[in-house]
Design a binder for this molecule. Structure first.
Ligand code: CTP
Length: 407
């Protein structure tokens, strides 16, 4: 791996020598960029001796630029690591400044950037620094938590640069994860490219009268995440959405519906073209037999009211019963006995696969993360709690695996 190591001003700068040595020993190439502040603490020559490359420190040095221009240098790197990263560097990166070589390189790259902050404990805890850290993390930079202990200034607390070995291991781990994600992404694309996926998501609303309805707490986020990830993997995705306020994922054909009956009609219309049907919607099991055409009024003498409900069609069971049916995936959102109920639904509805989902007690509905258990006739795989997009990725990979083993 080609590593561009940025060294900024701080007493921990000397530890970057050990980090360089670890990278080189493991067979990686390192080029070091120092800020003016860093050179107050350590000689560039030490890094040059270890890395085998002249140290870069200026944006405006014609001689340095003649060797490898700063844009070429940004392109050269597979990974940028800044250790130590001073409070000033965090602030500059957050602002998108480009007033020295290191910040310019960080702006001019699409490669991963990892920071190992080092500073006085109060500087680290300062709201300005913490806000900078949050913003940089949101932008996808990896920021290692600083270590705790005695500081160069004599204070004790959080803000020390993590040890070189810990930074080295974090860089290796990040690289391994990137490779795994890339491989998983290619496998997913190989299967889903040009496959037609039909998916339902969100709740259904069953009207009582023109202003009231029976609904449920499904947010639709899981189904929308699956649609988004499948479309990215090259599938042609039709998403039948109950009433939710979510944006349509890019490249997805969306059909909005309100009630279970409307959802059923849309599925009947679309299913013939589908290779796979995922029923992620929380379909209401019952609807009001006769919704009122005008708003129901409360009568003074009435202490109770009775609504007659009739059963809705079971959409996923209907699809699973068709000749030439697609690969059918259901969901089971349960508060208790999750796996048993899910397995029962898998059998009863004759599904190819079911995704069991613990809901209630702050889990499942209306959240951005989830922990599904994927169950087929022959396999059961529990997923760790993660974002709904990551769960979607695993789910689509599981379907690909199941179908590939049948083919
Ligand atoms: N489902 C459906 N049509 C219905 C009810 C449910 O397609 N009328 C689908 C859901 O989209 C989900 C699966 O069936 O994929 C399981 O839904 P769930 O509501 O948990 O199952 P029910 O059979 O309704 O069982 P219960 O409500 O008793 O748990």
């Amino acid at each position: 791996m080609k590593i561009l190591l940025g060294v900024t001003g701080g007493i921990a700068a000397y530890k970057a020598l050990e980090l360089t040595r670890l990278f080189i020993k493991a067979g990686h190439q390192v080029q070091v960029v120092m800020t003016t502040g860093a050179k107050e603490f350590i000689q560039p020559l030490s890094f040059q001796a270890l890395s085998g490359h002249p140290v870069r420190d200026s944006l405006f040095d014609a001689n340095q630029e003649a060797g490898m221009g700063h844009i070429e240098l940004a392109r050269w790197a597979d990974q940028i690591v800044i250790a130590p990263a001073s409070a000033e560097t965090l602030a500059k990166l957050r602002m998108g400044r480009a007033d020295d070589l290191l910040t310019t390189l960080c702006l001019a790259t699409d490669r991963p950037v990892m920071l190992a902050p080092a500073m006085n404990r109060l500087m680290w805890r300062n709201a300005a620094t913490q806000e900078n850290v949050d913003v940089l993390k949101q932008r996808g930079l990896e920021i290692l938590p600083p270590a705790s202990g005695e500081q160069a200034c004599g204070e004790v607390g959080e803000g020390r640069m993590p040890e070189p070995q810990a930074i080295f291991e974090a860089v290796m781990r990040a690289e391994k994860m990137r490779l795994q994600t890339q491989q998983a992404g290619s496998a997913l694309k190989a299967f889903w490219h040009n496959k037609a996926l039909l998916i339902t998501a969100g709740p259904t609303y069953e009207d009582i009268d023109p202003v009231r309805f029976i609904g449920n707490r499904s947010s639709g986020k899981m189904g929308f995440a699956i649609a988004e990830v499948a479309a990215k993997a090259g599938a042609s995705v039709t998403l039948i959405a109950g009433p939710v306020a979510l944006p349509t994922p890019q490249g997805v054909k969306r059909i909005d519906v309100r009630s279970a009956q409307q959802m059923f009609a849309a599925v009947q219309q679309q299913v013939a073209a589908a290779d796979c049907f995922i029923s992620a919607a929380a379909v209401a099991d019952f609807r009001v037999e006769q919704p009122a055409s005008q708003k129901l009024k409360k009568r003074q003498d009435e202490e109770e009211m009775t609504l007659t409900l009739v059963k809705n069609p079971d959409i996923v069971a209907w699809v699973a019963a068709q000749d030439n049916k697609p690969f059918v995936v259901g969901f089971a959102a349960e508060t208790n006995d999750v796996i048993d109920y899910a397995k029962d639904k898998l059998r009863r509805k004759k599904l190819d696969m079911i995704c069991a989902n613990q809901v209630g007690e702050g889990q499942g509905f209306e959240r951005d993360d989830n922990a599904l258990t994927l169950i087929s006739a022959t396999e059961q795989r529990g997923l760790a709690l993660s974002g709904k997009r990551e769960q979607a990725l695993e789910l689509l990979a599981f379907i690909a695996q199941q179908q590939s083993s049948v083919d």
